[in-house]
Design a protein around this ligand. Structure first.
Ligand code: NDP
Length: 313
């Protein structure tokens, strides 16, 4: 039986940040469930990480339909944690999910049609044992579906009470602009944009996406702020056998170049001056960019998450 820490909001002033010009406050460090929460990870470790997050004021958990191995298992396992641990705290949690990438066979299992988005969200709700999600994203832009179809599905998802807010992830700037306009005109303002932003990948800045969000009062949440672990001490001395890079799937070992190691050594020297870790240095850099609401970190241990949360305390 889990009882959340009484102290979880003791440091609210430091932890929360307003999401654009909305009424929503999000923790500056949010927890992502892409890796380490599927059937390929021990459930008790996933439970410990999730509890640690919530006990420290991390109220925002981010999913997508396809997270975990096999796809969907991160949501299914979280559904179990909802029932066993978090049900009494549902209204304190801000849970997001997404649809866009391949989830099931046939023509309705990916991209941006109304058929796919609504069916996928229904599946996510069943897996997570939830009545609604707080935030539902289009996970990628679909150039072959009329943009109005995707956007109207998002509007209707809110009208149906399946999600409270909508977000857009990985869309290029021009469709993002059109999407934000459409959603505003239909009284479902775009809450947030989710994009990859870290010291090694600055595309949302270079492409004007971060500026656009800041100007329009749309929140921005940075995924892979540690470049999947590259911007930490994880790979300084080799490739640990339990690391993401050792799996050679989403993070390939050819990313561990002499140039990267040199960059990390410099970052480490800089971090040491303020008694911080490389990860904390990297997360601070993202949080310092104008318009960033939150960094969406992954963690394979409580220690990693604790180190990451320490950045904002
Ligand atoms: P990060 O860049 O935070 O990488 C997380 C990984 O870095 C961990 O799994 C761990 O690797 C390592 N790590 C984390 N903290 C530390 C630390 N303090 N010290 C040493 N190593 C550390 O983020 P992710 O790439 O995991 O993405 C985060 C979230 O963003 C996802 O869960 C998902 O919610 C979202 N996302 C969204 C996408 C989209 O298209 N919208 C795409 C990708 C992610 P290890 O496991 O090897 O220990």
């Amino acid at each position: 039986m889990y009882t959340a820490s009484q102290e979880r909001y003791a440091l609210s002033e430091k932890i929360f940040s307003r999401c654009g010009k909305s009424g929503v406050l999000l923790p500056k460090v949010s927890l992502g469930f892409w890796h380490n929460f599927g059937d390929d990870a021990p459930i008790e470790r996933s439970r410990a990480i999730t509890r640690y997050a919530f006990d420290h004021g991390i109220t925002h958990f981010d999913f997508a339909n396809n997270y975990g191995v096999p796809a969907g298992s991160a949501e299914t396992n979280f559904g179990r944690l909802m029932d066993e641990d978090f049900r009494p705290y549902r209204d304190e949690l801000f849970i997001s999910t997404k649809a866009g990438y391949l989830m099931w066979d046939g023509p309705y299992g990916e991209w941006g049609s109304r058929k796919y988005l609504i069916s996928s969200l229904d599946q996510s709700l069943r897996r997570m044992r939830l009545d609604y999600v707080d935030l539902f994203y289009s996970h990628r832009y679909d150039p072959n579906t009329p943009i109005e179809e995707t956007l109207q599905a998002l509007v209707d998802i809110v009208r149906m009470g399946k999600a409270l807010y909508v977000g857009i992830s990985n869309w290029p700037l021009e469709p993002l602009k059109a999407g934000a306009k459409y959603l505003k005109e239909h009284d479902v303002p775009l809450l947030i944009y989710q994009g990859r932003l870290n010291m090694l990948n600055r595309e949302p800045i270079e492409q004007g996406i971060l500026d656009f969000c800041a100007q329009e009062g749309i929140g921005f949440i940075a995924f892979s702020p540690l470049a999947q672990g590259l911007l930490t001490s994880r790979y300084l001395d080799g490739i640990p056998s339990d690391s993401r890079m050792a799996k050679e799937h989403f993070l390939k070992s050819d990313r561990r170049t002499p140039e990267l190691l040199e960059y990390l050594r410099q970052l480490e020297a800089q971090a040491k001056k303020s008694n911080r870790s490389i990860a904390q240095e990297a997360l601070s850099w993202v949080l310092d960019q104008k318009g960033v609401t939150s960094v969406l970190v992954g963690a394979s241990s409580v220690e990693q998450l604790a180190n990451n949360i320490q950045t904002i305390l």
